[in-house]
Design a protein around this ligand. Structure first.
Ligand code: PHE
Length: 379
């Protein structure tokens, strides 16, 4: 009997030695929620690619705190109910330590209250509406905000293009579009510019001729159109058909290869503000662009770059925290400073009191069917 017990004890010890190191290493589960299918699918696909690439690089180097990262990716189809379902699943069932997402500000405004209530860190790589991070102290972003983006474009149109009258065409179903339209208007009128007409549409509409006819009658020198590529394409085509020849412009929501495909010549001579240019000579940008092209066969857009940065920022915060507990990650995120920032592809990141990074914007011109870098604007 004694011998039997000794053997059992020994087996127990061997067994636990085998099991426990595996358990201690475990994996760190991180969730991501993006619109991988639906009307703004290029946004979701680029974002997912950026995150995947970042975690693959980290895991190839052994992971973080001795553990591999396990990415749990959810597609929300750009639908609010799907965002909420995915968030609950990731938090309650998968027990993720943090969530990367969403892309669109309207969706991040659905995701943020859920993450905040559960005290799970959320980093939206790309949502620029200022209200998103105001939801609470667990909500961060990797991009600049629309107060800045709208002002950058107002300055560019008024001072550089020297166009003194604008029309605005806004998507009333999008918090992003509404916010950006308002910030553009404020900055542009402050400079002395005049908004001669304001029209609106709902995302997914197909006929914009009534609004465009009114815009044409008001004879603006520029049309500000802060929407997403899926609507911008048809709007530009119909505008040119109706004989509106002035330049249109918008924000980061124009950043999709699909826009150039659908709008073709109708997009020539238009401008938009964005987060980075793949043409930058910066070594960090060039390395990222080279690796991304090798992996996915295309040039990374701003969404890919920001999502890569958001994922790496999260890993860096886990490292700094020495823990994958959400509250510790939160504390580590606010510990980045101007002197010791996180250095990303899209610029350096440290947070202001509302958990917004302070970063430069770029202006892109659509020329010869391509995005051409025009200027960088510092905050
Ligand atoms: N800034 C947009 C939003 O808040 C999302 C976006 C970012 C789209 C970057 C394209 C490129 O809704």
């Amino acid at each position: 009997m004694q011998r039997f017990l000794k053997v059992m004890l020994l087996l127990g010890i061997i067994f636990s030695l085998l099991i426990f190191p595996l358990q201690a290493a475990g994996t760190i589960k991180i969730g991501a929620i993006f619109p991988i299918t639906g009307p703004i699918a290029t946004f979701g696909i680029s974002s997912a690619n950026g995150v995947k690439m970042a975690f693959e690089e980290v895991n190839a180097k052994g992971g973080v705190l001795g553990s591999k990262i396990e990415l749990i990716l959810e597609d929300d189809q750009y639908k609010a109910e799907e965002v909420a379902n995915a968030a609950k699943k990731l938090i309650e069932r998968d027990k993720v330590v943090a969530i990367l997402g969403e892309v669109a500000s309207s969706m991040s405004l659905v995701l943020a209250p859920i993450c905040q209530a559960s005290k799970v860190v959320m980093i939206t790589p790309t949502s620029t509406n200022p209200r998103v991070t105001l939801v609470g102290d667990y909500i961060f972003r990797a991009c600049f905000i629309d107060d800045f983006q709208g002002t950058v474009m107002a300055n560019f149109v008024y001072k550089t293009l020297k166009l003194k009258t604008s029309a605005i065409l806004v998507a009333v179903t999008s918090d992003y579009s509404k916010g950006l339209a308002q910030f553009y208007k404020e900055a542009y009128t402050k400079l002395g510019g005049k908004i001669v007409v304001e029209e609106s549409y709902s995302e997914g509409d197909s006929d914009f001729r009534a609004q465009l006819t009114k815009i044409k009658a008001a004879k603006p020198e520029f049309v500000y159109l802060p929407g997403y590529y899926s609507d911008i394409g048809p709007i530009l085509l119909q505008a040119r058909e109706l004989g509106i020849t002035v330049p249109f412009g918008g924000g980061d929501g124009w950043d999709s290869p699909k826009l150039l495909e659908t709008a073709g010549k109708a997009a020539e001579g238009c401008y938009f503000s964005n987060h980075y240019s793949p043409e930058s000579k910066d070594l960090k940008v060039q390395t990222f662009v080279k690796n991304y092209k090798k992996k996915f066969g295309e040039t990374p857009d701003a969404l890919a770059a920001l999502s890569y940065d958001a994922a790496m920022l999260l890993v860096e915060a886990i490292k700094r925290a020495g823990s994958s507990e959400s509250s510790k990650i939160r504390d580590a995120l606010v510990s980045f400073t101007k002197d010791k920032p996180f250095r990303g592809v899209t610029g350096s990141i440290y947070f202001d009191q509302n958990r917004n990074p302070i970063k430069s914007a770029v202006i892109i011109e659509i020329k010869g069917g391509k995005q051409v870098y025009k200027a960088t604007v510092k905050p």
